[in-house]
Design a protein around this ligand. Structure first.
Ligand code: SF4
Length: 374
């Protein structure tokens, strides 16, 4: 069983971000109460079993104070049986990570941190409107390790406009000195409903050039591989098998419950999307109503989702599972495309598993969508 908790508050809006969050934290305690209530209301959503992963995402869960974090974890412990080695991750921003806060997290049971570093370069942090400084980015990881949390992932953003690749190389070299077991690397994308999106429309900034982004990704990939990181998902790299168990469960299509404003849930047959509005969420949950939209997944939806997420991972997709999900339609509809892609050297088959080649990983989403069935 897997649980995602969305904490929809941030100190300030990063210029690239289109996640759901509010910078007005006045309703934080009320939202935390409502999330706890939603956990109780929806405790039967998941099949029976131990809770294997809990993931506090957002927004900025490191804005939770001790009482709020304890309250949420106690609610979970009161209604679910936690696996003895449950992975409990909290997304954190460097500016929140004082030694005292990190000790509080460790004491509460947080055993994995996903830290939104994004860059160690001050002008890039300012360009993206991140709340932390380059110094905080470097210090927070050491403080977390001193607090006894060594299962740490850091997020980095590449393809930030720059004259050459020197800043990316310097960011990577700083990341390697921190000796973290997991790095997630995301390409800067300009989404319409963000500050960058509006500046692009007004021509205040230029679009990110595809060739520049591809060059940066190749540099990043090679550096990570050279430093012993395994690319187990297109954007995710781990040393010594220290994968994100929570995110891997999404990619392997395991059921999960997502609580909080904008959170999604999946039970194999359908997806549910909670309303992306803190006030509406609060009002509904206070009346014991789950403000969610239900989407029933057709065999084609389930097949296509499995392709989209599975092909991005080192585990690939099992042909037998594709046949089962699609009720036999995958082989009928996709066999020509499969042959053409393997001729191009983008995919390969190994014991009934379809995998992307190193060349194919550059076009992962396009390959998946070309294999989609109707
Ligand atoms: S801190 Fe994270 S969730 Fe909040 S605005 Fe920045 S990127 Fe988005």
């Amino acid at each position: 069983m897997h649980l995602y908790i969305h904490i929809p508050f941030c100190k300030q809006a990063c210029h690239y971000c289109d996640f759901h969050f509010s910078t007005n934290t006045a309703s934080k305690s009320a939202i935390v109460e409502a999330i706890a209530r939603e956990i109780v209301l929806r405790k039967s959503y998941l099949p029976q079993g131990d809770m294997e992963t809990i993931y506090f995402g957002g927004g900025t869960p490191s804005l939770l104070d001790e009482a709020e974090l304890h309250f949420l974890l106690e609610t979970i412990r009161g209604h679910f049986r936690l696996s003895p080695d449950a992975e409990i991750t909290l997304e954190a921003n460097p500016d929140d990570l004082s030694a005292a806060t990190l000790q509080m997290f460790a004491h509460a049971g947080i055993n994995r941190l996903s830290i939104g570093i994004q860059s160690f370069h001050e002008p890039h942090l300012r360009f993206m409107n991140r709340a932390h400084s380059a110094t905080e980015a470097e210090q927070c990881v050491k403080l977390a390790q001193q607090a006894g949390i060594d299962n740490i992932s850091i997020d980095l953003i590449y393809a930030i406009p720059s004259e050459n690749h020197d800043i990316l190389l310097s960011d990577l070299s700083k990341a390697f000195t921190l000796n973290v077991p997991h790095i997630s690397a995301y390409c800067l994308t300009i989404e319409p409903k963000t500050a960058f999106g509006s500046w692009l429309k007004k021509k205040k900034i230029s679009p990110i050039e595809e060739e520049y982004a591809a060059q940066q990704f190749e540099i990043l990939l090679q550096s990570l591989l050279d430093h012993g990181y395994e690319q187990y998902e297109i954007s995710n790299f781990a040393r010594n098998g220290r994968y994100s168990n929570h995110n891997s469960s999404y990619w392997k299509q395991h059921p999960y419950l997502g609580v909080g404003p904008s959170a999604h849930s999946y039970n194999g047959a359908s997806r549910q999307y909670n309303v992306s509005n803190n006030a509406k969420y609060l009002e509904a949950v206070q009346k014991d109503i789950i403000p969610a939209t239900l989407e029933l997944l057709s065999p084609a939806d389930q097949t296509n989702e499995y392709l989209l997420t599975g092909l991005r991972t080192k585990w690939g997709v099992e042909l037998q599972v594709l046949e089962k999900l699609s009720a036999g339609a995958f082989a009928l509809q996709a066999s020509e495309e499969l042959t053409s892609m393997s001729r191009k050297g983008w995919i390969r088959q190994d014991s009934g598993v379809l995998l992307l080649t190193q060349a194919g990983k550059l076009f992962a989403d396009r390959i998946a969508s070309d294999l989609f069935i109707d």
